[in-house]
Design a protein around this ligand. Structure first.
Ligand SMILES: Nc1ncnc2c1ncn2[C@@H]1O[C@H](COP(=O)(O)OP(=O)(O)O)[C@@H](O)[C@H]1O
Ligand SMILES: [Mg+2]
Length: 597
């Protein structure tokens, strides 16, 4: 027994489609704000009742909708934003599918008031009656959405408490506001004003929305070209969180959740952050729209990059490069009593430049990463010096001329066998000597390993079964794999032979290792797994070799450590993300003693 095939009624089609776009009140809020942004609004007002479950009213001062297009605006697959497939490929508006208003109208009571610059008065369309009539109202558009899911009770049941829905709405608003700092937003809940963010810079908006914790610990980042640019702020490792709930990533001003970008970020932080800690960050990727597909899912929080490897490598390098700026970077002290910025670097807005992919480079993901020459030069000098090897924990430096010559100053004493006290231009520097030394050793070890990976050849090649996809991944990446110490060859249409592995990983099961490696290649196109495995071992090694607390150091030994910190990348945090040193300026000390009040 079967029923005959029939067309679904329009209303039902819209209700089904609405399921994809409008899953809860926050989705209505997001779609309506995006429409206001697409209409070039400068100020957007959002009024919610009961977390948006009862009512959502959004008013903008944008272009408005001409009265003869009003009915179309509420119709599915009707849009003013694209007219052809070519338009879709270069789309920069938030919307383009022409289904948000129709979807919302299918599952809620909607009325829309709008007025363009040409209109002498506003027009009102009521979706229940489809009637259009003259109305009062300013330039722009106001959409009133009431009783969401009133006609789809099954969906209404899935709504959570109004407090929960309210939380989701606020999050949606925060994302839009962070994506468009130049636009003013005001937010009301149950008739009470909640937020008022005036149009401003990205930095001011971030401070307002992400709060003081972020403000104190952010590092400005700006790298790339017009074709591909990453800019914004990344949180210092010391301001990490247990959850990834303060990570705002935008691609062409669209909030996204993207596995590839998350992976790039996690990898960039891996040296300075414990695996279970999450950095705070706000980054905008600007990318030529033709190099990214935003039409992956109706809610558009997923994107697909044309060359995902190039994007991964670029984001990874930019963030890692920024984090690698060694001792000499503005960084806050956590103790509450100190409130001024503590750094000897006067340039706290210093940004790190990484070369962005050019069209040709987008095909070749290995991009040069330029570290600042001073750090690199001194690093090389240090590595070249024979007595700086980690087997000799502390080498003796040439005598400094005066403490003014060094950013971290000149050692004056050791405190409690744990801290080095040093004096520099600003005042007092406190160094956790174990943490600092551990970091210095770790970076040196890493450099050593990167310069010559020792390879362990296998007496008999290990043969493993592999899919065609896996085999092609291996063939494509043969050179990269070889650099990493893996000698893999194709033995048959579905067989791979492993002839060598990096010596540092020689105790692991080669076939498992290679499988994990291929999985990594498939996901992100480069092997961070290997880096991770390597670095974990190195960190443990460095920790054991580092000078233990309670060992008495001589003044020259302490100075040696300070000098090494200055030339070591990422010397501001130990391998576990704790700070290695803090600066207390003379004014800070004065404040402690209530001097000069
Ligand atoms: N706030 C607004 N201001 C001006 N025009 C709007 C606004 N909201 C919607 N529109 C118009 O209605 C059309 C349909 O909106 P929507 O259903 O969200 O589809 P899309 O945004 O994908 O085009 C838009 O293309 C736009 O022309
Ligand atoms: Mg839209």
């Amino acid at each position: 027994m079967r029923n005959p095939i029939r067309h679904l009624p329009d209303q039902l089609i819209s209700q089904i489609a609405a399921g994809e776009v409008i899953e809860r009140p926050s989705a209505v809020v997001k779609e309506l704000i995006e429409n206001a942004l697409d209409a070039q609004s400068r100020a957007i007002e959002i009024r919610l009742e009961e977390g948006g479950t009862n009512r959502i009213v959004i008013t903008d001062d944008g272009l408005g909708i001409p009265v003869d297009e009003l009915t179309l605006a509420l119709t599915r697959h009707a849009t003013s934003k694209i007219y052809s497939l070519e338009d879709l490929e270069s789309v920069l508006t938030m919307g383009f599918r022409g289904e948000a208003l129709a979807s919302i109208a299918a599952v809620a009571k909607v009325s829309l008031t709008t007025r363009t610059a040409q209109d002498h008065h506003a027009w009102l369309i009521d979706n229940a009656t489809h009637s259009i009539k003259a109305s009062s109202g300013d330039f722009g558009t106001r959409i009133d959405v009431q009783d969401l899911f009133f006609n789809t009770p099954a969906r209404r049941k899935f709504l959570k408490s109004s407090a929960t829905e309210f939380g989701h709405c606020i999050e949606a608003i925060r994302r839009c506001a962070l994506a468009h700092p130049e636009v003013s937003f005001s937010v009301w809940h149950n008739g009470k004003p909640l937020h008022r963010w005036l149009g401003s810079t990205i930095e001011a908006r971030a401070d307002e929305i992400l709060g003081s914790e972020f403000h104190a610990a952010k590092l400005a980042i700006d790298a790339g070209t017009d074709l591909f640019r990453v800019h914004g702020f990344i949180g210092a490792p010391t301001a990490s969180r247990a959850r990834a709930d303060q990570q705002y990533i935008f691609v062409n001003q669209r909030f996204v959740r993207d596995k590839l970008l998350n992976h790039a970020i996690r990898s960039a932080y891996q040296d300075v952050l414990h695996g279970d800690r999450q950095p705070i960050l706000l980054i905008h990727l600007g990318i030529n729209p033709e190099l990214v597909d935003v039409n992956v899912h109706p809610a558009k929080t997923e994107v697909r990059f044309r060359d995902s490897r190039a994007v991964h490598h670029f984001v990874y390098s930019a963030i890692k490069g920024r984090l690698a700026h060694g001792a000499g970077q503005a960084r806050p002290v956590t103790a509450q009593s100190f409130s001024s910025p503590y750094a000897f670097s006067s340039d706290s807005s210093q940004t790190h430049m990484v070369q962005a992919p050019s069209p040709a480079m987008m095909q070749n993901y290995r991009l040069p990463l330029s570290t600042s020459p001073s750090i690199k030069d001194s690093m090389e000098a240090l590595l070249a010096s024979p007595n700086s090897h980690f087997d000799q924990p502390l080498s003796t430096p040439s005598a400094p001329q005066s403490h003014d010559d060094f950013p971290l100053g000149y050692a004056i004493a050791q405190l409690a066998g744990i801290y080095i006290l040093a004096q520099n231009k600003q005042g007092l520097v406190l160094v956790d000597m174990h943490a600092a030394h551990e970091r210095v050793l770790y970076e040196k070890l890493k450099e050593d390993v990167q310069q010559h990976i020792s390879v362990q050849s296998l007496l008999v090649p290990v043969v493993l079964q592999a899919s065609r996809l896996e085999i092609s991944l291996v063939t494509e990446n043969q050179a990269l794999l070889k650099d990493l110490g893996f000698d893999l060859s194709v033995m048959g249409p579905q067989e791979l032979g492993v002839r060598s592995v990096p010596a540092i990983l020689s105790k692991a099961d080669p076939s498992q290792l290679v499988r994990a490696l291929i999985a990594d290649l498939a996901e992100v196109g480069s092997s961070n797994l290997l880096d991770a495995a390597k670095h974990e071992r190195l960190a443990t090694k460095a920790c054991h070799a580092a000078v233990r607390a309670h060992r008495l150091l001589t003044i020259p030994e302490m100075n040696a450590l300070l000098r090494q910190m200055e030339v070591t990348e990422r010397a501001d945090q130990c391998n576990h993300g704790r700070p290695t040193w803090v600066q207390l300026s003379v004014p800070d000390l004065d404040k402690l003693f209530l001097r000069g009040r």
